[in-house]
Design a protein around this ligand. Structure first.
Ligand code: ACO
Length: 361
């Protein structure tokens, strides 16, 4: 009864939202509009690991309607068909795979996974058993080229959802740490925030690498990054771990990426306010045009900031976009909306087309 209660509230939510959703996707948001049209030019196979979830099924239908990809739903076929019938979701154009029915595939994936992880303390038996987990099975599908990109995370915490992808697919060549970016869209926006989801306390070197990944991702959306490395200080005005880390990261990043506009250590309001900079810090690289890209000193700052904007700032947000993986993988925020899932699918498809997020600049 509880389950149908939850589903009921979801369907109401969806009904109210449905027309708006289809109208809004690719229309109101110029930024996503470009992504959707690029995705349509060469749709890709998207593994959706949480195929038994109502929102994933609705997202899959929308992905097909929008012509941006072929959803590969992982889960129990009967259960999924029953749900699609009950909620009148048209799943033609989607594939459904139940890892539990794919014994041979699980065994061959298990063997391959064992070879990758044999020196990480697992046995062949364990490796095969792990392939019952849709996050491992789905990541192996993408790793083996049986699908192009991978989306999960709607129903589990971020850390649990990202680990299989890190173990199976791993980082792109030349990248040490993957990281997450959020786009904040409002009247003044878009603004790009990183790292909002992965690395708890990156050091200055890691922040500099993150700046490269993020700059690349901002360009993917056809914007020129103007980067603020955030702190609670401006150019050494306070002492402390964060001001020093942000200043060092800025210095390293400026050497590494001389073509980029980067400034730090800098406070968030100053980075946005050109007048205050011209009065007080006229030398700042952001004094003429304020920042559109914000690098946070640690995960707590980045994660808390975007969530506050999401809830009280009434900002439209897109993400979390995972940067630095060897193949396109995105881990949804727990409880993402259908529209957020479809947005991430479109981004993953375009990422597959030109391998953007797995490249350092
Ligand atoms: N980039 C690349 N590889 C990584 C990273 C990273 N940032 N972090 C870990 N790895 C690698 C590890 O080196 C390891 O490789 P190995 O097993 O081959 O040696 C592999 O990924 C798996 O690592 P684990 O040891 O299983 O995981 P770890 O304990 O390192 O945790 C994790 C990684 C889960 C990302 C951790 O850093 C974490 O919990 N981060 C915070 C996640 C979070 O809670 N975010 C906030 C909420 S998200 C939201 O609000 C939407």
């Amino acid at each position: 009864a509880m389950e149908s209660g939850v589903a009921q509230s979801q369907i109401t939510d969806w009904d109210l939202y449905h027309d708006q959703l289809l109208q809004k996707i690719g229309k109101d948001e110029k930024l996503m509009n470009r992504i959707f049209s690029r995705a349509r030019q060469n749709p890709k196979r998207i593994v959706l690991a949480e195929g038994e979830h109502f929102k994933i099924l609705k997202a899959a239908q929308t992905i097909v309607d929008e012509g941006i990809g072929i959803p590969v739903l992982l889960g129990n076929k009967e259960k999924i068909r029953k749900m699609s019938h009950e909620y009148m979701i048209d799943l033609s154009g989607c594939e459904i795979i139940n890892p539990m029915e794919e014994r041979e595939k699980r065994y061959s994936f298990g063997e391959k996974f064992y070879k990758k992880r044999q020196r990480k303390g697992i046995t062949p038996d364990e490796a095969k058993k792990m392939m019952r987990d849709r996050n491992y099975f789905g990541a192996m599908m993408v790793d083996e080229g049986e699908a192009d990109c991978f989306i999960t995370g709607l129903t589990k915490d971020y850390a649990t959802s990202i680990k299989p992808a890190l173990q199976v697919i791993g980082v792109a060549p030349g990248t040490k740490k993957v990281a997450g970016m959020y786009i904040i869209l409002n009247k003044k926006g878009p603004y790009f925030f990183a790292d909002t989801t992965v690395n708890e306390n990156p050091n200055a070197e890691e922040l500099a690498e993150l700046i490269g990944l993020t700059a690349n991702a901002v360009r993917f959306f056809d914007f020129t990054p103007r980067i603020a490395v955030l702190s609670y200080s401006n150019f050494g005005s306070s002492k402390g771990v964060v001001p020093e880390k942000s200043a060092i990261a800025t210095r390293i990043a400026k050497e590494k990426f001389p073509e980029l506009v980067i400034e730090g250590d800098i406070q968030a309001n100053i980075a946005l306010n050109t007048k205050l900079q011209q009065e007080n810090y006229p030398f700042s690289a952001l004094a003429q045009e304020g920042a559109n890209t914000f690098i946070f000193p640690d995960l707590a700052a980045g994660n808390i900031c975007y969530k506050l904007l999401q809830e009280i700032g009434e900002a439209e947000t897109i993400g979390p976009i995972l940067m630095g993986m060897r193949k396109p993988v995105h881990i949804l925020q727990l409880g993402s909306s259908i529209r957020e899932i479809v947005n991430m699918a479109a981004i993953a498809v375009v990422d597959t087309q030109n391998h953007t997020f797995n490249q350092q600049i």
